[in-house]
Design a protein around this ligand. Sequence first.
Ligand SMILES: O=C(O)C1=C[C@@H](OP(=O)(O)O)[C@@H](O)[C@H](O)C1
Ligand SMILES: C=C(OP(=O)(O)O)C(=O)O
Length: 423
Amino acid sequence: MKALLRSTNISEATKKISVTGSKSESNRLLLLQALFPDIKIQNLSESDDTVVLKQGLSIDEGMVDVHHAGTAMRFLTAYFAAKKGAEIVLTGSERMQQRPVKILVDALRELGANIEYMNEEGFPPLRIKGKNLKGSSVSIKANVSSQYISALSLIAPSLKNGLTIDLKGEVTSTPYINMTISLLKQLGVEANFSENKIVIKPGRKKTNTVFVVESDWSSASYFYSFIALSKKASVTLTSYSEKSLQGDAALVDIYEMLGVETVFKSSTSSEGIEEKSITLRSFETQLPDYLSLDLSATPDIAQTIAVSCFGLGIGCKLTGLHTLKIKETDRLEALETELRKFGAEVSIDEESIELHPGDKSITSKNKDKNIHINTYQDHRMAMAFAPLALLFPIAIKDPMVVTKSFPSFYQDLEKMGLTVEFV
Ligand SMILES: O=C(O)C1=C[C@@H](OP(=O)(O)O)[C@@H](O)[C@H](O)C1
Ligand SMILES: C=C(OP(=O)(O)O)C(=O)O
């Protein structure tokens, strides 16, 4: 199947869209809820990644298949390893079986965990026999994936002596670790992260137990790109606030450079419910010729930004992207291949992508080509390229990959005025 996207009906009227809850916050809170059942979660993510994590948490014995969900794989590895009596085979998609998990498994084994590799050393599937973990300190390489560190931190308050984690090397995707620590603190756990050391005490003091998940900022990125490329559309996205736990809220400043302003609003409904939203609008500004950004804190918005720059004819160098090679696909290679189809001059290395400034002719050059985008089983490839349909018709192959994080993506594009046809 493919989705044909065309721009037919873009208007200036501000559209209103509810984006589903952050999958990162949701998956952390679900894991914590399994450890502390009094937690209540509102605005939970509807993403596949959250659904599979929730299903996984509901069993103690047998097979859990997390498909493409990295956080579910890493968080459940730690959870089952520390759950006395659990006997689980934890597996995932073909790609998941190529995404490394050794750093986390080694750390858990150091704490006493019983985990075996069923096929290739260092990769899922894993056979996990849960037990009380005795260790209370561990050191871990921090420059490959922050998810290993979040996984250990999330189970830490359930360990008898808590956990001290020494982070070795340069820490990557740091806002995701900060999010984990903040949620633990909100839950009443004593937790601290400073200078490459995390200290988490066992148990918790009872505090407020109702958590409202903020909507997903990575998903908001596609609307930022849409507004930047359309120049006239505007949209209000619900349940976002100025004080966010999500690093991808950096979009506000990044897209301001690309001509999109963000207005935060907070109001109280007639039923007394607080409603928070952002409205995105384009504004007249001199766009830069070239943008240099270090995205090591915000890897999930790299594809969106690269495609926006291409659509705007701006050159860019996006660095700090070494983690992109081990995500749903090798995202640097996938971006290079797909952007070249439109005539982009683009190059990559192990941790960056560079795009040369384009000229104004990209729209006319690609107008009748009906270019097909391969998505490589990566939701963000589909969603990052979709806003280009504002400039010329495109086709997205295997379009339903988007459900990994954003199930209503195509309906929401239609609300924005794009025509979406599945053939
Ligand atoms: O902890 C999380 O919720 C995530 C951490 C990041 O992964 P890495 O730390 O592997 O970069 C991010 O890319 C992923 O989408 C979600
Ligand atoms: C990298 C991502 O997810 P995960 O690593 O959890 O599969 C993502 O959603 O972009």
